[in-house]
Write a protein that binds this ligand. Structure first.
Ligand code: NAD
Ligand code: UDP
Length: 338
């Protein structure tokens, strides 16, 4: 299939393009490079032996999207493009609603104009807000505590309404838990700008000597060791979830909603220990105040995806930390080293 991958130059999108190519599909990357590096294209080619098609463009540009979908005879769209930093979304709500919500509406309008009726959307476990219990199933109530989360929720609601009005469309909402890890080649990985917001890239930058110590945000949660518990999932397992979704429901009219997680929770200190083991480096840390808006624990019940998509996460915490370390140690400054 020819698949338009918006945001395909980014962390999750680039790994998904590799899995698409290796499964025999043709990804057409559509990205404005706002949060990614053109060198990703060479890296995808080095891993797969195929240079991916790339269109530099903004998802708020309907004409550019229609042109890309028509010229490349696109069958389906995987939509990763958007802004993703929670803290920044509080400072710049307009930019978040414009890129994430308006951008998605323009994309769907362009798909309609191009007669492409199959969409897979990157949603997030953040739509569950502070869940009443764990593990989380897809029918849990949804809510938002910041503009980023609200933008994901708004898009989910817009797409749900749109699908109801257009019952021949297949729209899949994939709710990611915490993607970490890198391609096992060490050629692709997560390369955040500035100080990482997320735990794993912060830990790996401490291990490689770019930062002095990790701040652990609170050790007084009601969890086994007091630190926050999350469901970390290898980015390649997440990528594979998109292929399964396209394969199993991408041509089936309807609104399809799945959690993509492992079903296992790990604490901040579990992650530090696992990373120290994988890297052989020490990761010094200090306990600081809780981070505003954080929740104690969050992990998925992934059974629906296992049953209906025949997908399950197979990579271990050791794979996640070893692969992250390979990427970080081979590219201490990310793609700017390339
Ligand atoms: P990323 O920032 O690495 O990738 C996003 C890509 O989209 C970048 O290459 C960026 O240049 C591009 N982009 C942004 N705005 C654009 C626009 N207006 N037009 C065209 N391209 C644009 O992020 P990621 O971690 O790969 O996340 C991908 C998607 O998954 C996002 O929608 C994100 O919200 C969602 N998600 C991510 C996580 C996570 O922890 N990484 C968790 C849950 C959901
Ligand atoms: N965390 C931390 N220090 C950091 C970054 C994150 O202690 O520098 C903790 C955070 O409080 C949470 C877990 O690590 O318990 C995962 O945080 P992340 O931001 O990666 O994901 P999210 O909170 O969005 O699930």
């Amino acid at each position: 299939m020819n698949i338009l991958v918006t945001g395909g130059m980014g962390y999750i999108g680039s790994h998904t393009c590799i899995q698409l190519i290796e499964a025999g599909h043709t990804p057409i990357i559509f990205d404005n490079l706002y949060n990614s590096n053109a060198k990703v294209l060479d890296r995808i080619q080095q891993v797969t032996g195929t240079a991916p098609q790339f269109v530099k463009g903004d998802i708020r540009d309907k004409d550019a999207l229609v042109k890309a979908m028509t010229e490349h005879k696109v069958d389906s769209v995987i939509h990763f493009a958007g802004l993703k930093a929670v803290g920044e979304s509080v400072e710049k709500p307009l930019e978040y609603y414009d890129n994430n919500v308006n951008g998605t509406l323009v994309l769907v309008d362009a798909m309609r104009a191009s007669d492409v009726h199959s969409l897979v959307f990157s949603s997030s476990a953040t739509v569950y807000g502070d869940p009443a219990s764990v593990p989380i199933t897809e029918d849990f109530p949804t809510s938002a505590t910041n503009p980023y989360g609200r933008s994901k929720l708004m898009v989910e609601e817009c797409l749900t309404d749109f699908q109801k009005a257009n019952p021949d469309w297949s729209i899949t909402l994939l709710r990611y838990f915490n993607p970490v890890g890198s391609h096992q080649s060490g050629l692709l990985g997560e390369d955040p700008n500035g100080i990482p917001n997320n735990l794993m890239p912060f830990i790996s930058q401490v291990a490689v000597g770019r930062r002095e110590a990790l701040s652990v945000f609170g050790n007084d949660y009601n969890t086994p060791d007091g630190t926050g518990v999350r469901d970390y999932i290898h980015v390649l397992d997440l990528a594979d979830g998109h292929l399964s979704a396209l394969d199993k429901v991408g041509s089936t009219p309807g609104l399809h909603v799945y959690n993509l997680g492992t079903g296992n929770g790990s604490s901040v200190l579990d992650m530090v220990k696992a990373f120290e083991q994988a890297s052989g480096k020490s990761v010094p840390y200090t306990i600081v105040e809780r981070r505003a808006g954080d929740i104690a624990e969050c992990w998925a019940d992934p059974k629906k995806a296992t049953k209906e998509l025949e997908w399950t996460a197979t990579r271990t915490l050791q794979d996640m930390t070893e692969d992250t370390w390979r990427w970080q140690s081979q590219n201490p400054n990310g793609y700017s080293d390339a």
